[in-house]
Design a binder for this molecule. Sequence first.
Ligand code: AMP
Length: 210
Amino acid sequence: MDGSIDGSIVLFGPPGAGKGTQAGRIVKLTGKPAVSTGDILRAAVVAGTDLGMSAKGFMDVGELVPDEVIIGLIAERLEADDAVRGVLFDGYPRTIAQAESLENVAKVSNVISIEVPDDEIVERIVGRRMDPETGDIYHIKFKPASNKIQSRLIQRKDDNESTVRNRLAAYHVQTAPLADWYDERGLLSRVDGTRSIADVGNDIASKLST
Ligand code: AMP
């Protein structure tokens, strides 16, 4: 069934592939708001809502939050006025059941798969740090912050090696099959995510304009 909202984009890929980084650029390019289920869940954990309390245990160990929780959260988000011309999904859908349910509420026009091998993912995520004041993302080796900012940087609770391995396992078992699912529907574009942020961004922009 066609969804009620046209023209949404899905950013697809393993944790640490650069989806959040590239989302900022695509938002500027398309004017569509980014919808990151990870960000929504983290905000709910901080706020201590029922949603946050039910999600926290899964997030801390790197497992997926149950589909029914995520599907409800997305239905609510898509009711906001800014979603009428479609949105940019970052980190959603992550299972076939989520993708099937998404078909009922929004029409996906493009799926961009950012591909990065597992070894590189672990190095990227374990060194990742965030500036809590701006939300900017740094990396201890690949994108160090200035001395002034460095002392206030924080690490996401689930960005440690053992949780990253679980998140990667969840990705390979539950999420990766979605690439074929979207490919069969003629929607998938693959992008090599091991290049510079600018090169990956240019590649995505060209895929979205064709
Ligand atoms: P992310 O910021 O996208 O890496 O998500 C962080 C964590 O939030 C994941 O490891 C999951 O526990 C949970 N999460 C985010 N999005 C989803 C989703 N679409 N389905 C299930 N769990 C999710």
